[in-house]
Design a protein around this ligand. Structure first.
Ligand code: URA
Length: 179
């Protein structure tokens, strides 16, 4: 029922989070798209199918065993980028989610998520490829799945990030990985 920013006038519903998080992994995306706005569930469209493949085929986890949330809880019209004001208004919800979930590893998807989770302004290139920390929790930023759909050549770099996160978690690498 949030009406803290103008997105409440164009959204169908808020999209809060998905999954039960038994593995301790939290993925953080940018904002709901059209499919998520319609269903109320994060990452169910085309990018969501790729994220589901990363989780199930890449990490070998059921999707229900991770948490999935977004920087913004409401869809920006025409899938435009979140504004600084929208991020400032909405991210206290994400920060409280992170506090309550107490994830073992956070995987921000794309620049907006990585910048918020790490509390810095930087390019994706500068942030990914390493394990960072937020309040003692490991953070492994990687590319947003929508970007990977446009640039499939980067999937192998994403797979390296996912393996970094799996190493942090002590998860076995699948014998025949593929996302
Ligand atoms: N892209 C995101 O960043 N989040 C979603 O929930 C769906 C697509």
């Amino acid at each position: 029922r949030c009406t803290e920013c103008g997105l409440c006038r164009t959204r169908t519903q808020t999209v809060f989070q998905d999954g039960a998080g038994a593995s301790g992994v939290l993925f953080v995306g940018e904002a709901p798209g059209a499919d998520e706005d319609r269903t109320g569930v994060p990452f169910v469209g085309r990018a969501g199918q790729l994220l589901t493949d990363i989780i199930t085929k890449g990490m070998g986890l059921p999707r229900a065993d991770v948490w999935i949330a977004n920087v913004l809880k409401c869809r920006p019209p025409d899938n435009r980028e979140p504004t600084p004001a929208e991020k400032a208004t909405c991210t206290p919800f994400l920060d409280r989610q992170i506090e309550l979930m107490a994830p073992r590893v956070i995987i921000p998807l794309g620049r907006h998520a990585a910048m918020h989770v790490l509390g810095i302004e930087a390019s994706m290139g500068a942030m990914r490829g390493q394990v960072h920390e937020r309040g003692g929790r490991p953070v492994v930023p990687t590319f947003h799945p929508a970007y990977l759909l446009r640039s499939p050549g980067e999937k192998k770099e994403c797979w390296k990030d996912i393996q970094r996160a799996m190493e942090v978690l002590g998860l076995p690498l699948p014998k025949k990985p593929g996302m």
